[in-house]
Every structure is written in structure tokens, then in C-alpha cells.
Unconditional design. Structure first.
Length: 469
């Protein structure tokens, strides 16, 4: 059995959860159109849908909420928020937003023209959707090591720098308003990007006169992996590594609902004063005054404190250790996962797990539905449902490389016992996996279809053994 990590905290407040009966779960998933986003939270037992805004805040954060200054302009929490972000990310101008996708919307609305290309080590869902919504073409350029299932290379989240150079030469630098590095690389298994790779992308951007931005939602986890695995950083603090990463970028977009350890919030941070001014105009129009940006003063305070707590090495050692442990116990019951494990989630290789279900029938969604049916567990498909379909700007059929299911672990919320329960349920699914069926979409929107689409089973209910839980 894998070695359990020890939580570097004590639990002061609890929230009751309950497991609906199998009959209730069958009814819930049927009424939801086989889309787990449409299930009520009260009907979930272990919720691993996302690590975004779902974690537990600390006693310092809750204390900070009590000193929230709700002044419309210039509240004291804004200055703490601004000072913290400037220091960690080494940026001159900070613009608060109520969450990360708004930061993306404001940024792309300002810099992107129809037909522009946006290269990324790998776009995640809202970044891709915001790019496409503004008429841009999202290009994923993950490193070659990501495709080697047997490789234990720790930085499989890296950018393919040769691919970046080739794209720039093909379409021209004038067609690329920005290059984005996602830290950590969520769609690539939550795996980190090395400092050397960041520096090389920076050098390419300088050569061609391109902006470099980070999607920094999980910057602290990325910094921890650099400290652990990249030569020359073993004696650096997490803050020093984060500051060095930040100094390479022209700007940062961040959902503070991840490594901000908060339940709501995000920001843009840039160095260029003119760009900051253009972004600020749209921020005021759609979010609010620049010293609150769609957030309460108490939210700003919770984020400022959370960003500092996310840099604590004992927390990060536990956080990444819990994910490692989760991956090991899933592998022990025969569940194939993307390795090495990353910082926030386990990514199950659903295509390899369910080879009898072809990608157009969504094997990842089949596994996602079955986990809910058997154990009240909510994960999310990351494959042909999330990233498939047709690009509305190019007409290209979108085909992701892998069919995956992500089990994202909220921060400081679930214990290892909860994860062991998930592994127990997965053992049941492994036993009956050949009986799982595919799905078909009944209704879908143009963008982010996985959030709201409805589906139907293609072969009736799976014929597996019903769990007694």
C-alpha cells in the first residue's frame, strides 16, 4: 500500500455529506441528461469535479474576511492584494477580476483580432473558449515527452519550443498577439513546466517581439515541482522560484480560486502601462472599479492571505503528496493514469481503460457517469466531449490526443480516507469495465458544451453489478 501523507493542519469546522442510495443516484444522473455538471451538489458524496474555488480556507483567511473594507474605491484590502501580487509575480500593474475566465475575456477582447493565432503549451477549456469566441485560433504545443507513457520525465507540462518557432515562421509574428504558458499544464495531467523551458520560450518571444503571458492558476504547485526536480533550485524558496518565474512574463492571468486558496477571485497583472490602461477601460465597463474589480473587499483580503499560504513548502509537500498517494492507490486497483502525477488532480486514461468505446462515443464520459452511479463520485471528462466538436472559426474537426477523466482534489478539504473510498469504488468499475457503454449528445451549445449539454446512453444502462453502497 502506498504511503499516506500527513495533513499539516488540524480540522476545526466540518460539513456533513451523505451518500444517496443507488436508486437516487440513477434518477439524478438520468434527470441531468448524463451530465454531472447538472447534478445538484447535495446529491454528490465525494466531489472531484474541480479544484477551482472548492477548497477550505484557513483561520487566517476567515479572520481576514472580518476586516473586509467594502468601500467602493480605494479600500484597504485592495492595497494588501495589490502589494502581494506585485511582489510574487514581479509586475507593475494589477487588475482584480471576479474569476479567471473574466481575466481571459478582458485580455483577449483587448489584444486579439479575428484570425490571430494563440499558441499555448495546452489551452484549458475557458482559455480555449475565450480565444475562439474572439475569433482567434488556439494552438496547443505540448512537449514530445507528454506522449511517452513510460517516461517519468517530471516536466511533461513543457512547451514544445521547436513547434513554437515553426508556428511563428509559418503564420508570421504579426498574427500572434501573445504566447501563453499554462502553469501547471492542466490538460497535460496537471504537470509542471521547468524554469529552463520558461526561459527558452521567453527567448523566442524576445526574438520575434511577442508578448509572453502566464495562465498562473497553479503557479505555486509549479514552483514546488521546480524546487523538487530541477537542478539549481533545490536551495531556493518557493517564493524566490515564483518571483523568478514571474519575471520572465510580460503579464499574468490568474484564477485565484486555485493557488490563491480562495473561493472566488482572479486578476490580471502586467508590466506595460499602456496595456494596463487599455485593460482597465474594459475592466471598469464589465467588472467594476479598478480597486475591487467585481470582488468584495473581504474577497481581496482572503486572496492576499491565500497567495502567501500557497507558498508554504510544508503545505505544497502535502498537497502534491496527497495527489501522488491518490494516483498510487488507483493504480493498485488496476486504473490506468497519466504519470507522473501532477499537483492538483489525477488524470485517468479513459481511452486505454475503455478501448471498446470509440472517442466519438465519449469513453471518458462513460467512466464519469459510472463513478457517480456506483459511488456518488463526481469527476469530469477531459477528452472528446470537452475539447472535441468543430472550431467555429476554422471549421476544423477538433480531436484531442487523449480521452481522460480528471479527478481534481479540492485543497485542504478531503482526507486520504475519502480518496481511499474513491479507489474502492474504482475497483468495482475495473471489475465490470467491459460492460460500460458509450454516449451521444442530444443538445449542445457552441462554446464550452461540456458544461450544459445533455446526452443519452447508446446501449441502455450498464449491466454491471450494482454497488451495495
Amino acid at each position: 500500500m502506498a504511503k499516506r501523507p500527513i495533513e499539516p493542519f488540524r480540522i476545526k469546522v466540518t460539513e456533513p455529506i451523505s451518500l444517496p442510495s443507488r436508486e437516487e443516484r440513477d434518477k439524478c444522473i438520468n434527470e441531468a441528461g448524463y451530465n454531472v455538471f447538472r447534478i445538484k451538489a447535495k446529491d454528490i458524496f465525494v466531489d472531484l469535479l474541480t479544484d477551482s474555488g472548492t477548497g477550505a480556507m484557513s483561520q487566517k483567511q476567515w479572520a481576514g474576511i472580518m476586516i473586509g473594507d467594502e468601500s467602493y474605491a480605494g479600500g484597504r484590502n485592495w492595497f494588501h492584494f495589490e502589494r502581494t501580487i506585485k511582489d510574487i509575480f514581479q509586475k507593475n500593474f494589477v487588475l482584480p477580476c471576479h474569476q479567471g475566465r473574466v481575466a481571459e475575456n478582458i485580455f483577449f477582447s483587448t489584444v486579439l483580432r479575428k484570425g490571430d493565432y494563440v499558441p499555448n503549451n495546452t489551452h484549458f477549456d475557458t482559455t480555449r473558449a475565450n480565444t475562439m469566441h474572439k475569433g482567434g485560433i488556439a494552438v496547443d504545443l505540448p512537449c514530445a515527452e507528454l506522449d511517452d507513457e513510460k517516461s517519468d520525465f517530471p516536466f511533461k507540462g513543457n512547451f514544445d519550443t521547436d513547434g513554437l518557432r515553426a508556428l511563428i515562421e509559418k503564420v508570421g509574428p504579426d498574427s500572434i498577439p501573445v504566447v501563453i504558458i499554462t502553469l501547471t499544464n492542466n490538460s497535460a495531467g496537471g504537470l509542471p513546466v521547468s524554469m529552463a523551458n520558461i526561459a527558452e520560450v521567453r527567448q523566442i518571444c524576445d526574438q520575434y517581439g511577442l508578448l509572453l503571458f502566464f495562465d498562473a492558476a497553479r503557479f505555486a504547485e509549479n514552483a514546488y515541482f521546480i524546487k523538487k526536480y530541477e537542478a539549481g533550485f533545490e536551495n531556493s524558496t518557493i517564493r524566490e522560484i515564483a518571483q523568478r518565474m514571474g519575471a520572465y512574463a510580460d503579464g499574468v492571468m490568474m484564477s485565484a480560486k486555485k493557488d490563491g486558496l480562495a473561493n472566488m477571485g482572479g486578476f490580471l497583472a502586467v508590466n506595460d502601462e499602456k496595456l494596463a490602461g487599455r485593460l482597465k477601460e474594459l475592466l471598469i465597463l464589465i467588472e467594476g472599479f479598478p480597486t475591487y474589480g467585481g470582488l468584495n473587499g473581504r474577497d481581496l483580503e482572503a486572496i492576499a492571505i491565500g497567495l502567501e499560504e500557497a507558498l508554504e513548502e510544508d503545505y505544497l509537500a502535502y498537497r502534491t503528496g496527497q495527489i501522488r498517494y491518490f494516483g498510487e492507490i488507483l493504480q493498485e486497483v488496476g486504473c490506468p493514469i497519466i504519470t507522473p502525477t501532477g499537483g492538483h488532480a489525477i488524470f485517468i486514461d479513459a481511452g486505454r481503460f475503455l478501448p471498446h468505446i470509440e472517442p466519438v462515443r465519449f469513453p471518458g464520459q462513460s467512466l464519469t457517469v459510472e463513478l457517480y452511479r456506483r459511488g456518488g463520485i463526481r469527476g469530469v471528462e477531459i477528452g472528446s466531449l470537452m475539447f472535441g466538436g468543430v472550431d467555429p472559426n476554422t471549421g476544423d474537426v477538433l480531436s484531442p490526443k487523449r480521452e481522460m477523466v480528471r479527478l481534481a482534489v479540492p485543497r485542504r478539504m478531503y482526507t486520504c480516507s475519502h480518496l481511499e473510498y474513491v479507489a474502492d469504488i474504482m475497483a468495482e468499475v475495473v471489475r465490470d469495465k467491459d460492460k460500460l457503454c458509450g454516449y451521444e449528445i442530444i443538445h449542445e451549445p457552441t462554446f464550452l458544451r461540456h458544461f450544459t449539454c445533455t446526452m443519452k446512453e447508446l446501449a441502455g444502462k450498464p449491466a454491471g453489478v450494482v454497488s451495495e453502497r
